[in-house]
Design a protein around this ligand. Structure first.
Ligand SMILES: [Zn+2]
Length: 85
């Protein structure tokens, strides 16, 4: 799901990576979690996305909380997360 945002070209298509924001979504079976405005490294050619370890950890927490309360649809935004956290 999440990989380190290493500098360099995209390993999938060798396109250029650039910093940006992505929409993260995961289907838990009984429900869906959507996180908007997630800091990510994005390939400008094929659109592959990479999240930093701190961002991935934050996403895992959000998914775990949604799973715990059995949310059918959980939509949230990562506005408060520093890019370099
Ligand atoms: Zn690519």
């Amino acid at each position: 799901m999440a990989q380190n945002a290493n500098a360099g070209n995209c390993p999938l298509c060798r396109g250029h990576k650039k910093a940006g924001h992505a929409l993260f979504s995961v289907d838990m079976g009984f429900g869906v979690v959507v996180v908007r405005h997630v800091p990510a490294t994005i390939c400008d050619q094929c659109g592959a996305e990479w999240f930093s370890d701190s961002v991935a950890a934050k996403l895992e927490t959000i998914v775990a909380e949604a799973r715990a309360k059995k949310a059918l649809v959980e939509v949230t935004t990562l506005e408060d997360l520093p890019l370099a956290a």
